[in-house]
Design a protein around this ligand. Structure first.
Ligand SMILES: [Fe+2]
Length: 358
């Protein structure tokens, strides 16, 4: 079943046994240009997080209402007013290109992804992001331990990064995004009617997966093969912080009408979406929303690489995921983060993934 050739035709529901939250939506993992329908009316809401930072108690309440409503409705929001210098994102694009273009595949293969606790960390060659679908992307995942952020004596840059200087540069982005984690979580919890500070401790110094994605230019052969840039999927996290990018392609599945929404947010903004962990603890109130990366809408853009730097927010392995007491009768049992995470990702990395340890 889990062959990549099959993946071009597969439906998500064929892999349902791996899911740790309810997912009733049925969709093709790959794009089907002749069958897919698009939703040109739905607008993903923009939420200005300056209200949280500068608007006092009233601002915090207003932001939580706006954000919570957007996440509950579609699982996606555009965040503006976050204070991250857009130049940092422009520089990131050059740095990612440098990382993937100036190193050889052999050099990168030394860092081939392997499981560290919950997260598969390291390099993913092209078409090998998962075992079920030949995605046209090279990726590289860096967890918290790949950054020199916690004054660890044993930290060695070369254990994680192929060249000097990358760690320092990308650490500056991770630190900026880290400042947004508590405000986002507090606002999401406040909207649900929970204590907004319930996750403050768990999310202080928490783990994450910071991913560098390099989607190379699309060749004629790729365009005909049926492979997409990234298969339809839901994120396995609480939420993902994704700076907008200049090559379009991100599409979000609207479960109300099963049409795809094309997202093209303004430069400098952040796309925020909820994932499986959040759906689990919120008892399905915040959905883990299906999305994918398609080829650009204009063929003129096929020759350009697409670069993204999503940061997925996790709890550490031993933390228990429990349905929040403000979210009604629990549909889910408590589960530790590592079991939860590895059971889902066995879909992408194989049935034995759950048993692999570092
Ligand atoms: Fe994603």
């Amino acid at each position: 079943m889990a062959s990549k050739e099959h993946g071009i035709k597969a439906l998500n529901q064929e892999f349902n046994k791996y899911e740790q939250v309810n997912k009733e939506q049925t969709y093709h993992l790959a794009e089907h240009e002749d069958e897919d329908q698009f939703d040109y009316d739905f607008e993903i809401k923009t939420c200005d997080i300056r209200q949280y930072f500068e608007g006092g108690e009233e601002g915090k309440i207003r932001f939580s209402q706006e954000l919570g409503k957007a996440l509950k409705e579609i699982g996606f929001a555009i965040i503006t007013g976050h204070g991250v210098d857009p130049q940092l994102y422009r520089d990131a694009k050059d740095k990612v290109t440098e990382l993937f273009v100036t190193t050889s595949v052999e050099e990168r293969m030394k860092y081939l992804a392997k499981r560290h606790g919950s997260v598969n960390q390291g390099y993913f060659p092209i078409k090998e992001t998962t075992i079920i679908h030949p995605d046209l992307v090279e990726g590289w995942v860096f967890c918290r331990r790949a950054f020199n952020m916690d004054q660890r004596d044993d930290f060695k840059e070369e254990d994680y990064w192929p060249r000097e200087g990358f760690e320092k540069f990308f650490r500056s982005i991770v630190l900026e995004h880290e400042k947004l984690i508590l405000p986002i979580m507090q606002s999401a919890l406040r909207f649900l009617g929970c204590d907004p500070h319930l996750y403050d401790k768990k999310f202080t110094g928490t783990n994450f997966g910071f991913r560098l994605n390099y989607y190379p230019p699309i060749t004629n052969e790729d365009a005909k093969s049926g492979a997409g840039r990234m298969l339809g999927h839901e994120d396995v996290d609480f939420f993902t912080i994704l700076p907008s990018q200049d090559v379009d392609g991100l599409q979000v599945l609207n479960r109300q009408n099963m049409k795809w929404i094309k997202l093209d947010p303004p430069e400098g903004s952040i796309i925020l979406n909820t994932g499986d962990y959040m759906q689990r603890i919120s008892n399905d109130i915040y959905p883990s929303t299906t999305h994918r990366v398609s080829k650009p809408s204009s063929k003129a853009m096929f020759g350009k690489p697409r670069i993204t730097i999503p940061m997925a927010i996790y709890t550490w392995e031993q933390e228990i995921l429990e349905v929040l007491s403000c979210c009604g009768e629990p549909k889910y049992e408590p589960i530790d983060s590592e079991t939860f995470h590895t059971r889902i990702t066995s879909k992408y990395y194989g049935d034995d993934y759950v048993n692999k340890t570092d």
